[in-house]
Design a protein around this ligand. Sequence first.
Ligand code: FAD
Length: 432
Amino acid sequence: MKKFNTIIIGAGIAGITAGHELKKNNISSIILDKNSSWGGLLDNFTIDGYRFDKFIHMSFAKDKYVNDIFLKTPHYKRIPKIANYYKGFWIKHPAQNNLFPLNNDEKIKILQDFKKRDDNSNKFGNYEDWLRFQYGNYFAENFPMKYTKKYWTVNADMLETKWVGNRMYRPSLKEIEKGCKSSDTPNTYYAKELRYPKKGGYKSFLKNIVKDLNIQQNSNVVSIDLKNKILELSNAQKFKFDNLISSVPLTEIVNIIRNSPRDIVESAKKLNYTSGYLISLGFNRVDIPKDLWFYIYDEDILPARVYSPSLKSVDNVPDGCSSIQAELYTNKGYQFKKSKNEILNNVIKKFIKMGLFKYEDLVVKDIRFEKYANIIFDHHIYENREKVLEYLNENSIISVGRFGEWEYYWSDQSMLSGRDGARKLILNKNYN
Ligand SMILES: Cc1cc2nc3c(=O)[nH]c(=O)nc-3n(C[C@H](O)[C@H](O)[C@H](O)COP(=O)(O)OP(=O)(O)OC[C@H]3O[C@@H](n4cnc5c(N)ncnc54)[C@H](O)[C@@H]3O)c2cc1C
């Protein structure tokens, strides 16, 4: 049996950064990942010269540690040009202060309800209350509440609100009125500049730190024996370890650890998350995508969001071509009864009807499913998460990353989570 001082489970950005940080401190480790290539959610795939990341992925990191690593990779800086699709109208982002294309009836309802908001309320029982208070009933019901169902896969009243932060723009009455009268409004998005590698897809931001790490792919950890400090892979290979850093989702790690207490397994089971179908389309002409990404509010069009890999970097497509990828979310691993092909063809038909492209433009079409996309901030997330994390902590497992900490982490935050996990280990073990 191979023996390692430190084993890291997961070669996503969190696990890779943990390995990098240990290496900087002259501590060797092995990173095990069940996938056949590294990167986790930041990984990509290529079909006939068209490269697709898994989901949108652009960097707006501010942290120095992150940027010292990311920005060594030659990259583009993109200004977020975003749109919204609503009942056949194309609306600039954010929708509420860019209502110009809508008919007067809807503009009046949105303005009236905005003015009628209950400005007495600063306690929000749930996200639906928050949306109604911020935007007024008509807009809340027709835009963000519909989008919530598509993106978060649950109704807005099922969500709490701490996660919102500055993610949602809150325009003033003046801004909304201006956007009703004119299309000449400023571009407002919480990140002013988005960065993306010139070559190799999003995960190229990590290429400088990954090259010196010991990563073993196709290594699915299926059992952890904490008493004997032995870990086992699905191919029956066993490893002995002293220290363990894990970026495995909390929902899964408790089932991998042998004999986890029942109440902990129950708490982990209650954690909720979204999964996603990725619908990736390649075109034989350059001018198909108009916006870096856009949101879709209509319920009969299944995807919530569509972005363009070719507008992120021309390296993502063959010369003179372009691409888009649509994100279609489901709840907790749910896969539709309809076959993937049926879903793919349904979405393509809708997109053609929306006027995005013509059938003859399409040269690549692909659909695949990703089990873990976003964690869901329902009303019980904090208590369930704390119980599982405490259990891991008591058993000296350092849990890192988006699904290891069960946090709404962007890639930069997942990176810092991996770094901090490694630093915690160094501190605990007095390596220095
Ligand atoms: C829709 C969407 C859009 C996003 N857009 C952006 C964006 O624009 N900008 C941004 O900065 N961030 C974005 N993010 C967030 C970003 O993807 C995550 O923060 C980051 O990729 C998480 O990295 P991680 O290492 O924590 O987890 P992961 O990438 O999930 O890595 C975990 C790894 O563990 C492995 N693993 C799990 N279980 C086992 C096991 N039992 N045995 C072995 N290996 C195992 C998995 O295979 C995986 O490789 C987005 C995320 C989503 C879902």
